[in-house]
Design a protein around this ligand. Structure first.
Ligand code: DAH
Length: 339
């Protein structure tokens, strides 16, 4: 019998075996091994292809392929009907571990802002928010920026239209708060700010600020220093020291910048603090009487302090992140690391 004849006989045999089959897992498995196994009939028929007469090769090849599909289809069918005969309890393995759903996490900057805000809340500060689209009045004029101040220049500010802009800092919330509330007031105001700057590893056109404001009778620079020092020790660690350097901001007088001892090297000098041992964390000062008066607060009776800090920079320092753009890339792999 030549191979083609043999193949035809195998196909007939297969059919009669199916007809006579008593359906059990073992009988189906035996059948599968006999026909589809490594030493099975189908393999044997394919391997013998070269011994088939040249004029029959095409027909033979087609025949064996059809046969193979038939066997595969039938065996799959039998396997399925075996599964259907089982009860749910036999098929369903309730001891198998479940699939955990993906858990979201807070953005690193949100984490920093929440932590900072919480410290001030515990010191009696209320949270206040303000609009991201501001007027020139709140963002600049009411904060004592002269008409020709360079910060009003087109290069720094995104204008929506004349006199309407994206706030360049959270300080306008101070003005809105002073118009809304009577002293004493103690506010902490987290928010997003915008500046028309080229995006690079060090700076972005969108970033965040947290503003603080305290107005009451007899508020002094000593109150400001104490509050900031307590905050710095609570946030960066109890061994951290602070120092205030004179600086200028139009809306405060006197104004200062605050440095903390580098919490990476403990003030020894390292790459992060550029060997100085200090890191700058915020601007602050006593609210300028012009700003109080502009918002209807009697500067003879009341005084206050204000401060503003950048949580983006603080987050970068804390986690050793050297590219601010990572915060805005929405890369899950990056964001997942902060829990
Ligand atoms: N608004 C300032 C800025 O964006 C930061 C700042 C400095 C805020 C001094 C203050 C302050 O409240 O008193 O650079």
């Amino acid at each position: 019998m030549d191979l083609y004849q043999e193949a035809k006989q195998n196909r007939i045999d297969f059919q009669s075996e199916i007809d006579a089959l008593e359906l059990t897992e073992q009988s189906v498995e035996n059948l599968r091994i006999k026909y589809l196994g490594k030493k099975g009939i189908i393999r044997y028929l394919f391997q013998g292809f070269s011994s088939v007469k040249p004029e029959e090769k095409k027909e033979y090849g087609q025949f064996v392929n059809v046969f193979k599909n038939e066997v595969e289809g039938k065996i799959e069918e039998l396997q399925e009907s075996l599964i259907k005969q089982k009860t749910v309890a036999e098929v369903f393995d309730h001891t198998m571990p479940g699939i955990r759903p993906q858990r979201g996490s807070l953005h690193p900057i949100s984490l920093t802002m929440r932590e900072i805000v919480k410290i001030f809340q515990e010191m009696g500060f209320d949270i206040e928010f303000g609009p991201e689209v501001e007027t020139d009045y709140y963002n600049f004029a009411a904060l004592n920026f002269p008409d020709n101040h360079p910060a009003r220049d087109m290069q720094d500010t995104f204008f929506v239209e004349k006199d309407i802009l994206l706030r360049t800092h959270t300080s306008p919330i101070q003005v809105r708060a002073m118009q809304k509330y009577q002293p004493p007031m103690r506010l902490i105001t987290p928010g997003r700010v915008f500046r028309n700057e080229a995006v690079s590893a060090r700076s972005h056109c969108i970033f965040h600020q947290i503003e603080g404001l305290y107005i009451d009778e007899n508020v002094t620079f000593a109150d400001l220093k104490t509050t900031i020092d307590i905050f710095a020790k609570r946030y960066f660690g109890k061994n951290v020291k602070t120092r205030f350097r004179p600086s200028f901001f139009p809306f405060v007088e006197p104004g200062a910048e605050v440095d903390v001892t580098c919490f990476i090297c403990g003030g020894e000098g390292c790459r992060v603090c550029k060997k100085t041992g200090w890191l700058e964390i915020m601007g602050c000062g006593m609210v300028d009487p012009n700003v109080l008066e502009e918002s209807g607060i009697d500067s003879e009776k009341y005084s206050g302090y204000a401060f503003g800090m950048g949580p983006d920079r603080i987050t970068m320092l804390k986690y050793g992140i050297d590219d601010i753009r990572l915060f805005f890339d929405s890369d899950i792999k990056f964001l997942k690391q902060f829990k």
